[in-house]
Ligand binder design. Structure first.
Ligand code: NIG
Ligand code: MN
Ligand code: MN
Length: 322
């Protein structure tokens, strides 16, 4: 079900109400009700009623897929926790932000909410130049892919996942651990590159699936090798559109305790940011999903704040919105 963004989340310290150089992100954020925008007339209505935002935020407030994957729940509150931290960070450059609200579900399974989320990704696409899709469990990955498929029906899609895990599980129902298996089963043209894989975090069976299905990956301990950039470049070169998704459990649990499945020997935030900026450099990515933010296990909001920082750095070095 769709819920308009909560205006109360976009509040914070006010240094000045007029001069932009004093502003924080919340002071340039509009809460936009997507329900008010007709599916079939979206482009005309956008022109009439809404400027195009530099950045759009759409939340996937769902942790049912984590539960179905035997994980610890709490990520339903992830999108709002990130909004609060990001909103209070300084505004750099003269960007505008649209909060397009959250999708959530009361259902047992996540297939329907994934379909609804994909529809909302399509619907909000022309409302912003760059989109942040905030989770929620990593079942957001399949919804992200389905949304891109609707936006780009004929283009090839390469999927880059910054993650400790392959998420290549087979299951009767979609979960937070099945998203990329669903994508490659459904779309033989899609490619899949995972950056930051933990050997201890994936069984031999999952490595076998990855190898059998031609999945490309870089282990966490090899991420700083020069060859990583070459792997990214040659992967991106093969596809028209790049879907970029970040599973926050790729980051060491010292920095990111507030995730569904915390990780030892994970990447540092700097390493992750470097990977994201490297991918964005190729200008084939207009949507990034950020998954598994779980405020229930966060310590002093440090994980949510780190995500806010990652968003800040992405948005202020992003050629899509310059
Ligand atoms: N989305 C997360 N997926 C991981 C979870 C691992 C864990 O719970 O330890 C997976 O299925 O492998
Ligand atoms: Mn993961
Ligand atoms: Mn994942």
């Amino acid at each position: 079900m769709y819920t308009k963004g909560d205006e109360q989340l976009w509040t914070g310290r006010i240094d000045d109400t007029e001069k932009k150089e004093h502003f924080r992100n919340f002071q340039v954020t509009d809460v936009v009700n997507l329900k008010g925008i007709d599916d079939n007339r979206e482009n005309e209505q956008i022109k009439e009623h809404t400027a195009q935002y530099d950045v759009g935020i759409l939340g996937y407030a769902v942790d049912r897929g984590v539960y179905l994957n035997q994980g610890r729940v709490g990520a339903q509150q992830g999108p709002d926790a990130i909004r609060e931290k990001f909103g209070n960070m300084a505004l750099m450059n003269d960007i505008t932000i649209g909060d397009f609200g959250n999708i959530s579900t009361d259902e047992t399974y996540v297939e329907n909410v994934q379909t609804e989320y994909a529809h909302m990704i399509k619907k909000s696409h022309s409302l912003a130049k760059f989109h942040l899709l905030l989770g929620g469990g990593h079942d957001i990955s399949y919804a992200h892919y389905k949304g891109l498929r609707q936006i780009y029906p004929h283009q090839s899609i390469g999927v880059i996942n910054i993650d400790a895990h392959f998420d290549l599980r087979d299951a009767k129902h979609a979960t937070s651990g099945t998203g990329f298996k669903q994508i490659i089963d459904e779309d033989p043209e899609a490619g899949y590159l995972v950056l930051g894989i933990q050997q201890a975090g994936n069984t031999q069976h999952l490595f076998n699936i990855a190898n059998d299905r031609g999945v490309e990956y870089v282990l966490a301990e090899h991420i700083d090798q020069d060859s990583t950039n070459e792997r990214i470049a040659s992967f991106i070169d093969k596809y028209d559109v790049i879907m970029l998704t970040l599973c926050l459990d790729v980051i060491d649990s010292a920095y990111a305790p507030g995730v569904s499945a915390p990780c030892s020997f994970g990447l540092s935030p700097k390493q992750v940011l470097r990977l994201i900026l490297e991918v964005l450099k190729y200008d084939k990515t207009q949507h990034i999903s950020i998954a598994e933010m779980n405020p229930k296990y966060d310590i002093d909001g440090r994980t949510a704040k780190m995500v806010g920082h990652i968003m800040f750095r992405m948005l202020h070095r992003n050629s899509n919105i310059e």
